[in-house]
Design a protein around this ligand. Structure first.
Ligand SMILES: [Zn+2]
Length: 150
């Protein structure tokens, strides 16, 4: 099909976690979703994802990849334990990883659309999972790029 993709790089502040993101639509057609839960508001996080896109999460030191579970505790918020940046959120089911990226962790001037406020806390667990499968990246890889190969 030869679909044009837009590639972005990003990550945490100290470089322990990097992101490589490909989205299939025009960047300004993506409205980062500012989640109104207490946790996301403390980070001023807003999320970008593309179910037809691609995401690779590159981690240098796995011990410093924090996976914080809050709210319904079915997804993991990915936080660098060194610099404290929230890079995204992931959900794993049967070994398959879904994830969304904090637009604030995309560092090369991505000109997304206006932020929109969302309230996933109003959804029950099944509704949340279904929503993540609909809108998050479904093609997600984690690469361990630290000194210790695994
Ligand atoms: Zn960091």
């Amino acid at each position: 099909m030869g679909m044009a993709t837009h590639k972005y790089i990003g990550g945490c502040h100290c470089g322990n976690i990097a992101l490589e993101m490909e989205i299939t639509g025009k960047p300004d057609s993506y409205n980062p979703r500012a989640c109104d839960c207490d946790f996301c508001r403390k980070h001023a996080a807003s999320y970008v994802s593309d179910p037809h896109g691609k995401l690779v999460i590159l981690v240098k030191n796995e011990a410093n990849l924090g996976k914080y579970r809050q709210g319904s505790e079915i997804a993991s918020c990915l936080i660098c334990k060194i610099c404290g940046v929230l890079v995204g959120v992931c959900y794993e089911e049967h070994g398959h990883l879904y994830a969304t990226v904090n637009s604030k962790a995309i560092g090369n001037g991505a000109d997304f659309g206006e932020e929109t406020i969302v309230s996933p806390k109003t959804l029950n667990d099944q509704e949340k999972i279904q929503r993540w499968k609909n809108v998050w990246f479904a093609d997600v890889g984690i690469k361990w790029i630290g000194a210790h190969e695994r």
